[in-house]
Design a protein. Structure first.
Length: 614
């Protein structure tokens, strides 16, 4: 509907301008303008020209003014290890900017803590890494806020979105730490903290809506959808595919990289992204939604006395499927969590299970959860009488598995490569399987498809300066992103020096991508390569031992501005490598251990020490 000059308070020129402008505005922009005009009127400000009639002007879309004056300046800080917190923070920033807020979006590692005292509104989106630890990008900020140097923050309003995994004991601990500490420093909450499990889209959308409403933008709160949140956390804007709408990528190749006689099986997969619009950078990850092992599904159904074809509901009102399909493709059945056991107790009233959850039995509970799956639980606690619908109703959605991408997008356009170690072991008299790794090894053939999405990881990227030297430390499948790094540096013609530390069990059977490393060495792309094969010598040798042997050169590279990258096992390898780096700084740089620790923290803040560990 167009405005007409003869039935509106506007001049002909104003009418023409408005008729050109209004069709170009989004619903969000119209809502913002309406609130702006209403607020101006309530403040006694004239919003029409002085020569217009004195009758009131009806807004384009009627809405109430914000309930209270709120500062339009907001800081959004994120601490991210795999990219989810970063993606959600960017999505929140976009929502706020659409409502006219001035937003400072920053990684915690880049934020200057002396600015804290000046902030009025602060939003924190942070994951928890490992056993309740902050992600690398949040370590320094977390330490500062919990130190005596942290200022009083009575002027600050804040809210925290915490990401975590209920299969870990210290679920969302970093988010809880920030929430508690900010309150101790005198800040007040805009909204209560929300803790998200691995299926974070819906609670994250709720948090965004609550924050926007608290800031007085009630109309905007309805604009936050679950699907848009899932997209923001995982993919570039050019593609319609995302975490919540995965692309079904065709498998082009599926090879075993290990030689005959190896104790290990490591799959090299090549998938096609053609037609998806999905793009990635070296250092990003690929998410795969896996299927549970068919034998485990059948064993659970049999142990419970259920009918495999019985229809059961999917979560979030997404219809019904057969029990077999639900357990195979939709629900997690290999990982137990304390919240799950608490829910099962409510529907079974099992006295023995209730006892396991009682105070004083924490160590026993921790041990049981870490070593057992849903079939164990059904058999050990005789849960045969529970209905399929009741039990399925408390299971959580099977989470995506993330794998570091092992290919350069420049070298392999429209493809993505993965390096995946197959997990198989025996426990309590039956075989156990890694959900995704075993599916890829046993049940996926070239020509079939996998539901995938790109997980951006801004915290694990090549230096902006292509001539900067890099040191890469990646034993086993941790070498995957470094295949991508070297491929990218080769394609771009980078002049920077490249040094790789790699390790595995045996040289003859477990040297992943050996031919490629040798070619890069011969071509001068790979400057140095040090290897450690732990089972080929009487005394086990690991990558940290090779680092210690080359300590002087490592220190010299650091003095030249080298970047350090670590990928692989977080529980032991990454800690050992970190300790070795600190020891090298003490030995070669004459530092105290405290100075070495501070030096490594400074490298992390400068993005010269990056880790992709799991």
């Amino acid at each position: 509907m167009e405005l007409q000059a003869n039935n509106s308070p506007f001049t002909q020129e104003q009418t023409e301008l408005l008729n050109r402008l209004l069709p170009t505005l989004s619903q969000t922009q119209l809502i913002w303008l309406s609130g702006y005009f209403t607020a101006k009127q309530s403040a006694g400000t004239q919003v029409v020209s002085s020569d217009a009639p004195s009758s009131s002007v009806s807004p384009v879309i009627e809405t109430s003014a914000p309930a209270a004056a709120v500062s339009k300046d907001i800081t959004v800080l994120f601490g991210s290890q795999t990219g989810n917190s970063s993606g959600l923070a960017k999505k929140m920033t976009k929502k706020l900017e659409e409502q006219g807020f001035q937003v400072n979006l920053s990684s915690m590692s880049d934020f200057k803590t002396n600015q804290l005292k000046k902030l009025q509104n602060l939003l924190i989106v942070v994951s928890t890494h490992g056993e309740g630890e902050p992600p690398d990008s949040a370590i320094a900020f977390h330490e500062f806020l919990n130190s005596k140097r942290a200022p009083k923050l009575e002027q600050l309003k804040y809210s925290v979105l915490a990401l975590g995994d209920t299969s870990y004991e210290f679920f969302c601990q970093t988010g809880k730490d920030f929430d508690t500490r900010l309150e101790e420093l005198g800040a007040s909450r805009l909204t209560p903290r929300i803790d998200c499990d691995v299926d974070f889209e819906e609670p994250a959308a709720d948090w965004m809506s609550q924050v926007l409403e608290s800031l007085g933008e009630k109309s905007a709160a309805n604009l936050v959808s679950v699907s848009s949140v899932g997209a923001a956390a995982s993919v570039s804007a050019e593609s319609e595919y995302s975490r919540s709408n995965p692309f079904h990528a065709e498998v082009l190749e599926n090879l075993n990289l290990n030689g005959r006689g190896s104790d290990r099986e490591t799959r090299h997969l090549e998938l096609s992204l053609e037609g998806s619009g999905l793009t990635y950078q070296a250092g990003d990850s690929l998410g795969i939604y896996p299927q549970n092992h068919p034998q485990l599904v059948e064993d659970i159904i049999s142990a419970s006395g259920w009918n495999a074809e019985e229809l059961v509901p999917l979560s979030k009102n997404k219809g019904e499927v057969s029990l077999r399909e639900a357990l195979r493709s939709h629900y997690e059945i290999t990982v137990l969590t304390k919240p799950l056991l608490e829910q099962i107790v409510k529907i079974t009233a099992n006295a023995e299970l209730r006892k396991l959850l009682e105070p004083g039995n924490e160590q026993q509970l921790r041990s049981y959860i870490s070593e057992h799956d849903l079939l164990d639980l059904i058999q050990d606690y005789k849960l045969e009488g529970v209905s399929a619908k009741d039990l399925v109703s408390v299971l959580r959605k099977v989470p995506a598995r993330l794998y570091s991408i092992a290919s350069s997008p420049s070298a392999y356009p429209d493809e993505v490569h993965l390096t995946v170690r197959t997990v198989r072991y025996e426990h309590k008299g039956r075989n156990r399987y890694g959900v995704c790794s075993t599916q890829l090894a046993e049940r996926i053939q070239p020509g079939e498809t996998l539901p995938v999405f790109i997980q951006q990881n801004d915290g694990f990227k090549l230096p902006d300066n292509p001539d900067a030297p890099i040191i890469m430390i990646g034993p086993g499948t941790g070498v995957a992103p470094f295949r991508a790094f070297l491929g990218e540096r080769e394609e771009s013609g980078s002049e920077g020096k490249n040094w790789l530390f790699y390790g595995d069990q045996h040289f003859a059977t477990d040297f992943l991508y050996q031919v490629e490393w040798q070619r890069w060495l011969a071509d001068g792309i790979l400057t140095n390569m040090d290897v450690a094969f732990s089972r080929d010598t009487d005394q086990k040798v690991y990558v940290q031992h090779r680092m210690q042997e080359r300590s002087r050169e490592i220190y010299e590279w650091l003095q030249e501005g080298a970047y350090i990258y670590v990928c692989g096992d977080e529980k032991k390898m990454a800690h050992d490598v970190h300790s070795t780096l600190a020891a090298i700084l003490v030995q070669e740089g004459g530092m105290t251990m405290e100075q070495a620790t501070d030096y490594l923290i400074e490298l992390q803040q400068q993005k010269r020490y990056q880790r992709d560990v799991y």
